[in-house]
Design a protein around this ligand. Sequence first.
Ligand code: TRP
Length: 446
Amino acid sequence: MTTRVLTGITTTGTPHLGNYAGAIRPAIQASTQPGVDAFFFLADYHALIKCDDPLRIARSRLEIAATWIAAGLDVEKVTFYRQSDIPEIPELCWMLTCVTAKGLMNRAHAYKASVDQNVAKGVEPDDGVNMGLFSYPILMAADILMFNAHKVPVGRDQIQHLEMARDIAQRFNHQYGQGHDFFVMPEAQVDDEVATLPGLDGRKMSKSYDNTIPLFEGGQKAMRAAVMRIVTDSRQPGEPKDAENSHLYALYRAFSTPTQSALFRHELEDGLGWGEAKDRLCDRIENSLAPMRERYAGLMAAPEKIEDVLQAGADKARRQSGAFMARLREAVGLRSIGGNAQAQAGGTVKKAVAKRARFVSFRDEAGQFRFRLLGADGKELLLSEPFADPKAAGAAIKHLQTNSLSELSSEQAGVVSVRMGDAVVCRFAADDLSVIDEAVATLNQD
Ligand code: TRP
């Protein structure tokens, strides 16, 4: 069993040290584990919700993509793409929007926080709230459900969004699944092992607190300058330091082996001066970043290479999303009027649709030869009568495929019998005729 792991980063900013250690590094690490099929993407549609500066959005997509690649992502192994290159995501978003209760969205933390702030300010509750912010969790659910992710590594603040994604998935499954689940239930993966880096002031490192240490931007110099601004207490060199409660030590740990951290801790407790401690922290960080920074600079100087990687990623992702969307459209009733699902589907989707139904031959318990017709979802649509000879079973399959089903069949008391000459090939309930006919029809266009 492979585990599909999926996560996205909103493209509004320039990656900082906290993004790297808290999200990118652990995600890349997870993607190298056996049995993991990883999907990482740039959440650029989400970016439009909070940012209306086109240059910022464009720049951020480039920087974040370059950061993932420079940090060692194996773009051949994982599926790495931009959300906005996958048209099936907004399409799914709309289908999900139509099964999502408005009341569920009213309860979303991000939306409620905006309302609370407005109320506190004495303005209209929905002042400045756009529909993107309001339905943010539905777009996020579409990101996740589109690829049927099992695990979604996120920060604690996103746990509610995952609960909503499950809620929405369940409603869709219930409404359209007819006993078959389209979506798996995704789970948030909040890893306590993963470093949440403190920022310069000791609060969580975050762009919104303006307390970040840059990752690549400004080079080693900018990184050092930021480290020098980390808040420490006033203890002098020679005085023992409280390592456990110092932000410096927390940052050091995120870039060191346990042995290196233990040593640093002892030195602090033995009175290492803060100035020198900062120098050592810079060296440790630099040790990790230097090779990546070089790759980053190379990529930023050749953005067309990044574009190529993202295009290839989008192709790979769309092979899945296109086929899945064809099934979802079918499920909600957005079908071809002529019963030919394929006629509506274009490009890559076409092949996937053609592969939908299939005949499967097998030997039954009595040693007789039979076959089944399976729908796209693997459900049995039809079971044949037994044949003594496998060739006869094969001929019967061919017969079904080359003749119109309704011409071969006769109905009696709600049961349809399909004949080949005198022999009955299969029987099924009359209600199932149109579904079976349609499945065979798509099969024949292969
Ligand atoms: N909302 C996430 C964040 O702000 C970004 C995101 C968008 C995401 N779609 C996602 C994360 C899907 C995981 C899965 O961090």
